[in-house]
Design a protein around this ligand. Structure first.
Ligand SMILES: NC(=O)c1ccc[n+]([C@@H]2O[C@H](COP(=O)([O-])OP(=O)(O)OC[C@H]3O[C@@H](n4cnc5c(N)ncnc54)[C@H](O)[C@@H]3O)[C@@H](O)[C@H]2O)c1
Length: 256
């Protein structure tokens, strides 16, 4: 079993929502955390609030220069990198074709860039460092967790780009587990249902309430801490590898 105490985790998107809850959860269990996020203000504030075991590095995860700089910083600050949790992502909505015209191609590309290329970039650069970790027979050399969405499986109207990006993360989970098996590094993907985060805050309260009622049980939006609990279980349970786990209260999204 991999213990969280004393480990170092990189959390992309750690300045908000599911990522922030993960940062808080890990820090409360004595892990060291580097928040990698675009949002300088929130990222710095969370790091300052949580103390010296949590640091922030302003990072665009799609940029190799940014992620390399973040990893260099992490190496100076912490002994090694054990855990990568990719939460950064965007969720634009647009139909393939509508009266307004065809789906904006740059929007499609941007969605794939942030949601797939970004986490891939973080994984590939962090994994090079993780494979150099001393092997611990019980714990391996590390664990990677990506955040997809149930939209990868039942994407709604207007979610072609988002669903495609999240399905890509689901698709790479097994081959990356196979790539890293000899190195003792595991990977799992979490596919959350609907969660109460700033990503959802744009919606009016009655809409959010209606969304919560769509969930069979518990009939509400998920709490970000419930996402962080699964992150903990994936870190700790050595048999979780190469799998995507839905965390959705049995929700299956309707077409719209
Ligand atoms: N909230 C939900 O209901 C829900 C459901 C399913 C999946 N998800 C997924 O979970 C993840 C987290 O969602 P959330 O609701 O916490 O969102 P959020 O908007 O609250 O947080 C996302 C964070 O990612 C950061 N970010 C965006 N682009 C970035 C980039 N290029 N580089 C670095 N940081 C970047 C943002 O600054 C922000 O802090 C996303 O990947 C999202 O698609 C969320």
């Amino acid at each position: 079993m991999m213990k969280m105490e004393g480990k170092t985790a990189l959390v992309s998107g750690g300045a908000s929502g599911l990522g922030e809850a993960t940062v808080r959860h890990l820090a409360a269990r004595e892990a060291q955390v580097l928040i990698m996020d675009l949002d300088d203000e929130r990222g710095s504030a969370i790091a300052a609030e949580l103390g010296p075991s949590v640091a922030f590095w302003q990072t665009d995860i799609t940029s190799t220069a940014d992620v390399t700089a973040a990893l260099d910083f992490a190496r100076q600050r912490f002994p090694r990198i054990d855990i990568v949790v990719n939460c950064a992502g965007i969720a634009p909505g647009a139909k393939l074709a509508s009266k307004k015209g065809p789906h904006d191609l740059d929007l499609f590309k941007r969605t794939l860039e942030v949601n797939v290329v970004g986490p891939f970039n973080v994984m590939r650069l962090a994994a090079v460092q993780m494979v150099a970790n001393e092997l611990n027979d019980e714990e391996g050399r590390g664990v990677i967790i990506n955040t997809a969405s149930i939209a990868a499986f039942d994407g709604q109207v207007g979610q072609a780009a988002y669903a495609a990006s999240k399905a890509a993360l689901v698709g790479l989970t097994l081959p990356v587990a196979r790539d890293l098996a000899n190195e003792g590094i595991r990977i799992c993907t979490i596919a959350p249902g609907l969660y109460q985060t700033p990503m959802m805050a744009g919606l009016a309260e009655p809409v959010r309430e209606a969304l919560g009622k769509m969930v069979p049980f518990p009939s509400r939006l998920g709490k970000p801490e419930e996402f962080a609990l699964l992150v903990q279980q994936i870190i700790e349970n050595p048999m979780l590898n190469g799998e995507t786990i839905r965390l959705d209260g049995a929700l299956r999204l309707a077409p719209k």
